[in-house]
Design a protein around this ligand. Sequence first.
Ligand code: GLC
Length: 514
Amino acid sequence: MHPDTPWWKTAVAYQIYPRSFADSNADGVGDLEGIRRHLDYLAWLGVDALWISPFYRSPMADFGYDVSDYCDVDPLFGTLDDFDRLVADAHGRGMKVIVDWVPNHTSDQHAWFRESRATRDNAKRDWYIWRDAKPGGSPPNNWISSFTFEPAWTLDDRTGQMYLHCFLEEQPDLNWQNPEVVAAMHDTLRFWLDRGVDGFRMDVIHLIGKDPTLADDPADLAALSHVPLNNRPETHELLRGLRTLLDSYNADRVAVGEVYLLDTKLVAEHYGHGDELHLNFNFPPLYTAWDAAKWRKQIERAARELDPIDAWPTWVLSNHDNARHRTRYGGSEARARAAALLLLTLRGTPFLYAGEELGLEDADVPPGRTVDPGGRDGCRAPIPWTADAPHGWEGAEPWLPWSPCSGERSVESLLADESSILHLYRRLISARKESPALLTGGIELLDAPRGVLAFSRRDVATADLRTVLVNFADETIDLEGFGSCEVVVSTAPGGEGARFTGTVSGASGVLLRG
Ligand code: GLC
């Protein structure tokens, strides 16, 4: 591996949704100190970087993605001192810390919006996007907001104008065309950079550039929300500004864009020419069914769009916005294991979502306990730490119900069982670390029988070679040609350390040396 390879290319990243991870003060909501107390577990697992979803001051209309103060910790999650301790202790274990940054919108309780909405002529009026309603009172354009699928405009009686919000009405969009907004938001990045964070996950970053004419979305697409439709040239100049700011610290800080444009070609554009974001999430694979041929296309697509521009891919199967992949793939543990092998052997930086290493499924949240306006409660169920209830969440009942089999799938239970999915994740992460081919090598898709995805990873400098075979079908499949290879990791029981037998059981995968 080249000595100049940046850490974020070889890292395994791990997303923590702080409300649901670990509770240190018995109020039923996870917090920063809860994360700190479990750093040894994360180090044991082998993850290199933590991405922590928002913990800033927030009225929690969108559980923290509605920020009322970018430069403070919400008391629910702790204090700035807790954050500093967490970063110091993560760094002490060699782990990087990436924080979430929410630039497209603030909370309607942010001081900037309170001022902006107060009068038409105040200094911050133009920090948000205000327009008159059309004659007759309809909104200025046909944009639809996410979650509610209602018009993305709300009339504010105080001044008789409407403001834009691509999400909830409690989340007014900032006006990034105003240089004062750019400067103020850059300052929020500096605040966390100065505190030692290693990078940012940038929330719906593709939204910050907007069509200055606010033209209607095409009528045939307008039933969608505006969010996946907002692909604008204005965004790229803003991204270059963010990159310049990060680079002024040192080349080690990373920006990971949540580009919610569901086309890999458009995602690729947000890397720029190495002068925009270092990494971007590519969601089409997350929305791909458990199907070898479809996955092969996604892998080809990522290589086709990203390799020519020297952009480094990312892979993600689960996060706090979507049903967990085990749930999406039908609940099968075998599939979840095979998916882990795929995720951790592809070329690019993998992002794990806390709990997937336990094989968690979504909680079934009864109507009386739903809290999220976007219907995403199921994947946000609390992490079970101990086998016995309340699974390490002493005190108030957790804010969301448990996911199925939380006792058997607790960290405590799975740690005690070497054959568990948790130990499998650990072996995969460690197999990745010891192989230059898996860390930074090229990928080549191989011919394989129907139902099987096969690829090799090769590092030219060291001649390190790995082969990955994933059987998406439920039946055992016989494969020829890999008989001399050693099985490094097998997602089905047995076989590791031995020669490959040539058969891959249903819904399983193997990582081969050679
Ligand atoms: C992103 C976040 C999501 C949030 C939305 C609005 O998509 O991942 O959780 O609700 O942006 O900030």
